[in-house]
Design a protein around this ligand. Structure first.
Ligand SMILES: [Zn+2]
Length: 430
């Protein structure tokens, strides 16, 4: 049976390549959320023609949704010949902007040396295409299977997933009894099972000051200098503290096996060209002023061993300390986003099924990894309360969001075989 399934997937290699190329050629760039409708319909039309029940769900009133940029998701379901487990493959259809530095057309789907190039080739249209081929091959090889198979193409993963998986999860589409097992074909490599991700806390800190003429700064109070004292305290106290917090989570790359903090942005004083009150083409000199406000955005990634109250408390302690020690220091802090870490157990059915697929197809033991950043698994765990969920798919994680992103055709074929084996194991596990 597995030989026949593998042969069927090999026979579909051209179809897999064309499908990936055509998905790349639909430029679903987010933000703003371009071309979601044609991409969802392209996927829906293909699966409808193959006997799937196809539903389109627009996430009205979610961030970014408008008539110009509708947040349109597609979910397709194929019913087997009798009741049984439901296996779902979820892929995001959005990609990040192309950016500079490409040597090929980022939306051309060009093939070179056995690789398909384009924005989203690796993250994650290659994985989406591999899962479509795996499911179609499985159904053809096992027309009398019991259970159901689902494929979804969801939006906005790159911007938090609120109009995508979070929206569908809030409608019960990622909960039992509708679905039992979820595989997200993010590019974690064909031989790795990704069990989950670290947590995230984003926050904005603002320091306050008093405006004055820049030639007489002593008449004002610089919010930028106050922010300097915050950054200095982070360097001296917080960063060493974070470096000491190591995790047992198998995060890749290993540099992310500790707590991390990035300062995503800093803004203070007069705006630059293109900001409020300054047209894009403004090229004059700045005017001298003492800044009355300075803001930074924190991006703190935390571990399953930490709790979010402690994570926030470390920062607030530093700010409160400065308030005591530094004359006229005043600040405000605002939460932007928080996501708790998630990690599926290694003995969970979906982990076992994909692991067995990797052993059979690739002849090696799988690696178990944790993603440094979050992906849509968070919504499936927290909103759907479904914990039998992992990420598994072709492509090299480091290439995601880079110029000249690609996915290897052989890798896609092999991971489609692993997915098809996993489908078989999960449908027969109950
Ligand atoms: Zn992705």
């Amino acid at each position: 049976m597995f030989d026949q399934l593998n042969a069927r997937i090999d026979d579909k290699t051209d179809d897999l390549v064309t499908l990936t190329q055509e998905l790349i050629r639909i430029p679903t760039v987010n933000p703003p959320g371009d071309a979601y409708v044609p991409c969802a319909q392209y996927l829906g039309n293909r699966l409808k023609a193959r006997g799937f029940q196809v539903d389109y769900i627009r996430a009205h009133d979610t961030p970014g949704d408008s008539d110009a940029f509708p947040r349109l998701n597609v979910i397709a379901r194929h019913e087997g010949r009798g009741p049984g487990p439901v296996v779902h493959f979820n892929s995001h259809i959005d990609v990040v902007e192309a950016g500079a530095g490409w040597t090929v057309d980022p939306f051309g789907g060009e093939i070179r040396d056995g690789k398909i190039y384009g924005r989203g080739a690796c993250d994650m249209k290659g994985g989406l295409a591999a899962s479509v081929i795996a499911v179609e091959a499985y159904i053809e090889a096992n027309p009398n299977y019991h259970g159901a198979l689902e494929i979804s193409g969801t939006v906005d993963e790159e911007s938090g997933g609120f109009g995508g998986v979070a929206h569908l999860a809030s409608k019960g589409l990622f909960s039992k009894p509708r679905v039992d097992h979820v595989i997200i074909p993010e590019p974690l490599n064909k031989d790795r099972v990704c069990l989950g991700h670290r947590g995230v806390w984003w926050a904005e800190i603002e320091t306050h000051g008093t405006q004055a003429h820049g030639s007489m700064p002593f008449l004002g109070d610089s919010a930028i200098r106050h922010m300097g004292s915050v950054l200095q305290a982070f360097e001296q106290e917080l960063y060493p503290q974070l470096a000491n917090k190591r995790t047992d989570m198998p995060v890749v790359p290993p540099g992310a096996r500790q707590s991390t903090l990035n300062i995503n942005s800093i803004h203070g004083g007069e705006g630059e060209a293109g900001t409020e009150g300054k047209p894009d083409d403004y090229s004059g000199l700045p005017s001298p002023n003492v800044a009355d406000s300075c803001r930074i955005i924190l991006d703190r990634r935390f571990l399953i061993e930490e709790n979010i109250e402690t994570v926030k408390g470390e920062v607030i302690d530093i700010l409160e300390g400065l308030k005591k020690d530094r004359e006229s220091f005043d600040y405000a802090i605002r939460d932007i986003m928080e996501v708790l870490p998630t990690m599926t157990e290694r003995d969970a059915p979906v982990v076992q099924a994909v692991s067995q697929g990797i052993r059979t197809v690739l002849g090696k033991e799988p690696d178990y990894v944790i993603s440094p950043g979050t992906y849509d698994q968070k919504h499936i765990a927290r909103i759907g309360h479904l914990h039998d969920c992992i990420a598994y798919g072709p492509g090299i994680l480091d290439l995601a969001h880079m110029a000249d992103e690609f996915v290897g055709i052989d890798d896609m074929v092999q991971s489609a075989k692993v997915m098809a084996h996993a489908i078989h194991a999960l449908l027969h596990s109950h």
